[in-house]
Design a protein. Structure first.
Length: 371
């Protein structure tokens, strides 16, 4: 794949991220106004998250490295972002197309079906939905035009209280259509090379079996290079199921913030996938920037920034010393991979904690304004 195609994919991804951020920003302001908190959260204090996220994606060194290295991860990222954008805009066909193609290319975006369902069913990210119950809503004056606008916002049960099953059903119908279409094209293309069975074996089977132990920024290559063959199957199951164990608890706790949930799933997948790349980090870091307003009080931001910069500089040096010059050790390079995984864990834990604290802050402010 040439650099020009990758550049186009990155540019389109940035546009879609900006559009998604714009929708999240408008929804964020409307929800705060509907809760009567517009005086506490002034419009001037709300940063343009969509513009920031798009710039983070385009000017991220990880994005530039993938472009220079002719990596295909920008194409995978494009369809992931397309799926999230389609779900945020309430377009089930587009969301299903992006999700199906992203899953076909990389398998791990399969877990994004839960955030997409929440986006289509509940709407965009918002504070806890119990705050929007009729008993908690402010009494508005029908004679005021401005209050009439707020009343219109308050009378949208599909976005606050009730789950819209219609869009979700359309999503699965379109997903089945796109899956059938993709499998038909694949069957026609690989008919002379063993059919769909051989294709699945060389794509999904290759990802799940971790046959290639070439050094990368993940931790699986080193672990399975050292583990005994007798225990290999057991640890393969443990590593892959580890991702699934985190899906349900996070979905239960963050169902009211589906876009943020998608960021958490992508960050966890980047840590635990078989063959990670820096393009995965470029994707979830740009999605994290969509929540600069909610995560303004996040701790260890400077520490994490310095950690990512240090790992980005040390990892190629250790790889060069070990592979090309022969003066280093595999443990040195693996140490950078372990540090990279630790920084990712800290990022996920701190971002989730800060988001939950923000929701608690909004809940307390709602109780204060009511009294």
């Amino acid at each position: 794949m040439d650099c020009q195609t990758i550049s186009y994919a990155d540019f389109i991804s940035a546009i879609l991220i900006r559009a998604t951020g714009r929708m999240l920003e408008i929804s964020h302001v409307q929800k705060l106004k509907s809760l009567g908190l517009e005086k506490l959260f002034q419009d001037k204090d709300i940063l343009p998250s969509g513009d920031i996220a798009a710039l983070v994606y385009l000017w991220n060194p990880f994005t530039m490295v993938t472009c220079v290295g002719f990596n295909t991860s920008p194409v995978d990222n494009l369809f992931v972002i397309l799926s999230l954008y389609g779900a945020s805009a309430g377009l089930p066909p587009l969301a299903a197309f992006g999700w199906v193609v992203a899953t076909h290319l990389s398998l791990y975006p399969l877990v994004l079906v839960i955030p997409v369902i929440f986006l289509l069913g509940y709407g965009l990210d918002a504070p806890p939905r119990k705050l929007f119950l009729p008993s908690n809503l402010q009494i508005v004056d029908e004679k005021s035009v401005e209050h009439d606008v707020h009343k219109t916002l308050l009378n949208k049960p599909t976005e606050t209280s009730f789950f819209c099953w219609r869009r979700v059903i359309f999503f699965f119908c379109w997903a089945c259509i796109w899956i059938t279409y993709v499998l038909f094209l694949c069957a026609s293309s690989v008919r002379e090379y063993g059919g769909l069975g051989e294709m699945f074996n060389r794509t999904y089977g290759f990802i799940l079996s971790v046959k290639d132990l070439s050094p990368n920024i993940g931790v699986m290559w080193y672990f399975f290079a050292e583990v005994f063959d007798f225990f290999r199957s057991f640890f393969l199951i443990v590593f892959h199921v580890n991702i699934l164990f985190m899906i349900l608890p996070l979905a239960i706790r963050l169902y009211h913030r589906p876009c943020f949930l998608a960021f958490v799933y992508l960050a966890i997948s980047s840590m635990l996938k078989s063959y990670p790349s820096v393009g995965d980090s470029a994707l979830y870091l740009s999605l994290l920037a969509l929540f600069v307003n909610e995560l303004a009080e996040m701790k260890f931001s400077f520490f994490l920034f310095c950690g990512y910069v240090g790992i980005s500089l040390l990892s190629p040096v250790m790889h060069n010393l070990w592979i090309w010059r022969g003066t280093g050790n595999a443990n040195f390079y693996f140490a950078t991979a372990m540090a990279y995984a630790c920084f990712q864990i800290i990022l996920v834990v701190e971002s989730v904690s800060t988001m939950l604290n923000y929701d608690r802050k909004v809940r307390k402010l709602c109780k204060t304004t009511k009294t």
